[in-house]
Design a protein around this ligand. Structure first.
Ligand SMILES: [Zn+2]
Length: 369
């Protein structure tokens, strides 16, 4: 994975033009590797008569690579790893039929680390100041392989953690949610000098802030405090919170300005770290490419048109994640006020249940053909 490793070491993380050629080489390298090492992936390409060397000649051909729907991954585990994988991560679905299970290897971890390092540097998330963390999520334990837990835990390393408090704890074999504990800590930490960082689902964080407001609790967190949001798309839509309202509430209740609110997104099936800019837009980093496709024809759409989000990245050699089709709707824009020239993704929401069934059937059909 020579080109891929090179791509993930680049510093200029939103300069697509500069790295277009390298990105293409990395994608081709990834496709060839997956074709050789994953029998199911080989079959998918062969069934679609897609010949990598013949059909993948330039960056414009990337949209022709047969994509794998996330729904397909939830039903079939696809891996290039023959024996035991280094780590296996699941998506946050509720039942086992609803979860994708993805294997990751050392090469992936190194690329992911390089990416995280660069992204955090660009977005000024690194700090040497000892920080108190409040996590609106699960305390990590061996029984919980969900990516959300791992991501939330990883986010507590951008600044040295002096303490970590979890909203959801694993006590005597079951999970217990304790928001009061977080509220008390926020009040206590606000009196101190060390910055506080919260990390959690936007909806959960909103719920906590709303509760504090209703109870008349208002504090001013120390300078350098941040509210970090993230943890998977599905939860993100399920209880969609108006962003402006959220920022106002955070300022009012915790005294945290929206410039210190940062949001991430990614998915197990597309483990790329998207971080919002100061205008709160998710720019597409050089590690990935996003194609928006027409809901009925699946043809790529131009910028500004709403369609299904197709996520492309060469990051994983352990699983065929090179081109993943989601059941989420989105639209690409450019010319953000923050000054970044590249495109950013606006997530519109999920396709309706009826459409998902259609998509799922379509995907199954597509793969059967
Ligand atoms: Zn921007």
């Amino acid at each position: 994975m020579l080109y891929t490793n090179k791509l993930f070491r680049k510093r200029d993380i939103y300069n697509h033009l500069k790295y277009e050629a390298l990105f293409f080489k990395a994608i081709k390298e990834n496709c060839l590797y997956l074709y050789k090492h994953c029998a199911e992936y080989k079959k998918i390409l062969d069934d679609k008569y897609f010949n990598i060397n013949r059909d993948l000649k330039s960056v414009d051909d990337i949209s022709k690579i047969p994509f794998i729907p996330t729904l397909y991954l939830k039903r079939h585990k696809l891996t290039t790893i023959k024996h035991k994988s280094l780590i296996t991560v699941t998506s946050s679905g509720t039942s086992s039929r609803n979860k994708s299970e993805i294997d990751f290897n050392l090469g992936f971890l190194l690329r992911a680390w390089n990416m995280t390092r660069r992204v955090a540097k660009y977005h000024k998330l690194w700090s040497i100041k000892p920080t108190r963390y409040l996590i609106l999520g699960y305390k990590p334990n061996k029984k919980n392989p969900a990516a959300v837990t791992k991501t939330a835990f990883a986010a507590t390393f951008f600044a040295p953690g002096i303490s970590r408090t979890y909203a959801i704890d694993y006590v005597n074999g079951e999970y217990k949610v304790d928001l009061d504990k977080l509220k008390n800590k926020l009040v206590k930490f606000a009196k101190g000098r060390l910055p506080v960082r919260t990390m959690g689902f936007p909806a959960y964080t909103y719920f906590l802030l709303k509760q504090m407001k209703d109870e008349g609790i208002k504090v001013k967190l120390p300078k350098g405090s941040k509210i970090m949001l993230g943890g998977g798309w599905k939860q993100f839509y399920a209880e969609k919170v108006d962003k402006e309202e959220f920022y106002k509430l955070a300022e009012e209740v915790l005294g945290v300005n929206d410039k210190n609110i940062v949001e991430f997104f990614g998915a197990v099936e597309h483990p790329i770290l998207y971080t919002d800019c100061r205008e709160h837009h998710f720019h597409v980093p050089i590690y990935s490419k996003i194609i928006i496709r027409d809901v009925s024809t699946l043809e790529p759409l131009e910028e500004g048109k709403i369609g299904l989000i197709n996520l492309i990245t060469p990051i994983a050699s352990s699983s065929p994640l090179v081109s993943i089709m989601t059941d989420d709707l989105g639209v690409l824009h450019s010319s953000c006020k923050c000054g970044e020239k590249g495109q950013y993704l606006e997530i519109i929401g999920r396709v309706g249940i009826k459409d998902i069934v259609t998509c799922a059937q379509g995907a199954e059909e597509m793969l059967k053909q």
